[in-house]
Design a protein around this ligand. Sequence first.
Ligand SMILES: Cc1cc2nc3c(=O)[nH]c(=O)nc-3n(C[C@H](O)[C@H](O)[C@H](O)COP(=O)(O)O)c2cc1C
Length: 412
Amino acid sequence: MNHLQSSFTLPCGAILKNRLAKAPMTERMSNSAYEPTPEHEHLYTLWSQTGAGLLITGNVMIDRDHMESAGNVFLGDVAMIPKLKKWTAAGTIHGNHLWAQISHSGRQTNRFVNPHPKAPSAVKLNKLFLFGTPKAMREVDIQEVISGFRLASKIAKVSGFTGIQIHAAHGYLLSQFLSPRTNHRTDHWGGSLENRSRLLMRIVHECREEVGAAFPISVKLNSSDFQRGGFTEADSLEVVKKLSDAGIDLIEISGGTYEKATFFLGDEEKVKKESTKKREAYFLDFAKQVRQISQVPLMITGGFRSFDFSNEVLANRECDLIGMGRPFISNIDSIQRFLAGEVKYLYSPPIRTGFKAFEDAAEAGFYARQLIKLAEGKGLQKNLNPIACSMFIVKHEFTKAKEKNNIKISSI
Ligand SMILES: Cc1cc2nc3c(=O)[nH]c(=O)nc-3n(C[C@H](O)[C@H](O)[C@H](O)COP(=O)(O)O)c2cc1C
């Protein structure tokens, strides 16, 4: 039986036509007013045509000063609704769901966008000199974050997104609050896990109140940060329990941060020891633990490539949705036949420079470039140089930030 093709009903009552989800991938191509563009519309039409039941956007941001990329879309201005509606119409053309991944980048805001971002605590991210020292948020800043997520959920619903995902993974703001490495606060937003998870839980509550019981709300959560002193698997399981009690519709499991890009590369230590089959989905072992403590629908993202394995995982009820990122770029023309079981394997090439410090930048840069080419209607480019790819994002961010008059040259 082809389990990938079976429909799935979420707790809120919404129905996904199948079990394949395009995982969030940042688009980096908003216009100078942070609005979606015709390129967004073209790209999401292509993705809708793949037949996947669920498309989740890349990061869309609640704060113009805390964009994960200078090319993100801002979701805090009602004047943008007409343009957002064009994007959502294009992205739902084949009867799939389209959810907005709502986010705030905190200390992971690059210095072209903001050299002094706000974060839970003043803990700097050291990565290729691209990030400034953050300022610890005051109570008023935290309250603004809460109202920003709430407003974004409202704008998403009015604009035609059929659901939202709250981004609490990969080292962005909510993930920074969850992690003791980046949250050193001594007030009721830091310290115990109860306190570190307070912001996420408050945002889930506010968004649910805003969008109502019948609208899908998902949370993307790290299984762990994969760093000493960070958010652990035990912490993550506790947060899963809280999210289950809060009545969300889907948890997407991933892992890692900018400092340890496990979401791209897998847990390298573990991968070395394991079978090829297990290597395919890096977070599957953790998902099994989640299944034991929670009934909330589960999506796992990271490494799925073969039809048989994806189908088997669904048949075993190890998760409910298969999340895939890179294959929706490098194998975009094969996704439809993959869903039908006619294409058995989606090969997405690993991009390696041979220099450890640049591998994740090369991987991210390669796929970012390809995604933009697809959106521009130019198709995939063959033989991109890995070193050039590793520098692509820095160049692109510089140009995009400058276009928005956002660049603070003095502090670079
Ligand atoms: C170009 C690119 C951009 C990404 N942007 C985001 C993002 O905006 N939000 C997010 O949660 N994950 C993002 N990711 C991570 C993916 O959602 C996914 O977790 C990761 O690619 C692993 O899945 P895969 O092995 O199927 O590619 C991005 C990945 C790529 C390749």
